[in-house]
Design a protein around this ligand. Structure first.
Ligand code: NAD
Length: 470
């Protein structure tokens, strides 16, 4: 049987393992110093290079690179710097009377050596985001970014190597084989961002070493639009959220569930906003990105073809260009339930619209699918909003907007079941990478000692009496 020693990354892993307690003992000031170095690298030294890499890998417009990658990372670091001292403090808790003579508290201590596997759609944000939490919590980390965005991954390696020693943070580029080899090592925590299918592989590998996991996954995020909503505003925000990064966002509104009576009016508003944002020919727009790889282009194309073959109506869009990896912002209606766009996570610029007659029907439709990462509600009715929230489950929800819940560092971010396990961002990210160690400190006197053996009738009576204090 192969041992960990045969693993190509064993030496690197061992170096981090030996260094883990030293890193774990660092003060908040030392951790903040490291985060500041990372901040300078991203904000100053490599800012232009990051924009260029994102343009090459994903055709990302500069404003989007700033808004969804650089700003997010810098915002994360600033938030941690502001709160880390408080997060790292001993958390005192009260102690029951039955434990008289002792005091209790817990500490957030580092987990140890962590593995971070990241996807390609926001390569910098989704790699450095978890890394910031791992550093804040005092861990060492090995990172495996996506092979789909090679320029970005290679630049991230340069950045990591310019800031950290490899016994603290290291980045390894590579494909599935690299991820598989890393997953075989006994990490203390694995933070994975990617698809639910690969999430299951990661969790299975983690189980072999009983490593804890945070799984940030995806799936189909529904968007409900009811009769009371401001349709023009709803269309404005749904079209923005859907076609940002060409729909390649885990919390992108995957499909719209709309009251049948307002469907046509809503579609007219959507068409207007698509033209306002991207012009008559989005292919030439500087504000619209491309599909990451030919493989994903073909996947999306096959969804479109499948919908067309099954009689769907293309309300707007439908054009593509394989050489440019371009797919137009597309809205589809009159879909058959077995269409791929209604079964698979879309992760691209296709927006299917499904109608409902009653809110109960909409809720039933949502609950017939896997639990989503995000659920969006466009409504002015408090009653309807409450009804949808209390009768469904989702990682997060925005009311009358799309995606923005992601940007608030005070909120936990993550899914539920098929869309993920565990939470990230801000304090929740710090917690994901920390072990909450419970500590009880006993003084010279300990009431429980009165109940130590040998057991007598008197002690039996006392035990019954003590129970009342719990
Ligand atoms: P993916 O699951 O294909 O790949 C993610 C990472 O896992 C990559 O680094 C890849 O190399 C690695 N990987 C792929 N196959 C593997 C295997 N068999 N064993 C081990 N590692 C493997 O996902 P993707 O295509 O990069 O990203 C798209 C998916 O990620 C979508 O489902 C999307 O919803 C989800 N996502 C979720 C979030 C979130 O925060 N919840 C963010 C972005 C993307």
């Amino acid at each position: 049987m192969k041992t960990h020693r045969d693993n190509p990354f064993f030496d690197l892993f061992s170096k981090q393992k030996s260094n883990q307690y030293k890193v774990g003992k660092t003060t908040y000031k030392e951790r903040i110093k490291k985060l500041s170095l990372l901040q300078t690298a991203i904000e100053k030294t490599y800012r232009k290079a990051i924009q260029e890499a994102l343009f090459e890998d994903l055709g990302k417009p500069q404003v989007e690179s700033e808004m969804t990658e650089i700003y997010q990372i810098i915002g994360d670091i600033k938030f941690v710097k502001k709160h880390l001292r408080q997060w790292m403090q001993k958390q005192r808790v009260s102690t029951p009377m039955s434990m008289l003579g002792s005091s209790s508290y817990y500490v957030y201590e580092s987990k140890g050596v962590c593995l971070i596997i990241s996807p390609w759609n926001f390569p910098f944000n989704l790699t450095f985001g978890p890394l910031i939490s791992a550093i804040a919590a005092g861990n060492t980390a090995i990172i495996k970014p996506s092979e789909m965005t090679p320029r970005s991954s290679s630049l991230m390696k340069t950045i990591v190597e310019s800031v950290f020693n490899e016994d603290e943070v290291a980045l390894i580029e590579g494909e599935v084989e690299v991820a598989t080899a890393l997953l075989a090592l006994p990490f203390n925590h694995i933070f994975f961002t990617g698809s639910p299918q690969v999430g299951k592989i990661v969790m299975e590998a983690a189980a072999k070493n009983l490593a804890s996991v945070t799984l940030e996954l995806g799936g189909k995020s529904p968007t409900v639009v009811d009769k009371t909503s401001n349709l023009e505003l709803a269309a404005k925000r749904i079209v923005w959220g859907k076609f940002l990064n060409s729909g390649q966002i885990c919390v992108s509104p995957d499909y719209v569930l709309i009251d049948a009576e307002i469907k046509d009016e809503f579609i007219e508003h959507c068409k207007k906003w698509i033209k306002t944002y991207y012009g008559e020919t989005p292919e030439t727009s500087d504000s619209y990105g491309k599909i990451v790889t030919k493989k994903h282009f073909k996947r999306l194309n096959s969804y479109l073809e499948d919908a067309r073959e099954k009689g769907a109506k293309v309300e707007i869009g439908g054009q593509d260009n394989e050489t440019q990896k371009y797919i137009a912002p597309t809205i589809l209606t009159e879909l058959k339930e077995d269409s791929k766009v209604l079964k698979e996570e879309i992760f691209g610029p296709l927006l299917p619209i499904v109608t409902y007659k009653t809110l109960e029907e909409a809720i039933e439709y949502i609950n017939s699918k896997e639990r989503p990462l995000a659920l969006y509600i466009y409504s002015k009715s408090k009653k309807n909003i409450e009804k949808i929230i209390s009768n469904t489950r989702a990682g997060g929800t925005c009311i009358n907007n799309s995606i923005v819940h992601y940007a608030n560092h005070n909120l936990p971010f993550g899914g539920i079941n098929n869309s993920g396990i565990g939470k990230s961002h801000g304090f929740h990210g710090f917690k994901a990478f920390s072990n909450e160690r419970a500590i009880v400190k006993q003084s010279r006197f300990g009431i429980t000692e009165l109940l130590f053996p040998p057991y007598t009738k008197a002690k039996e009576k006392m035990a019954r009496f003590t129970i009342k204090w719990f």
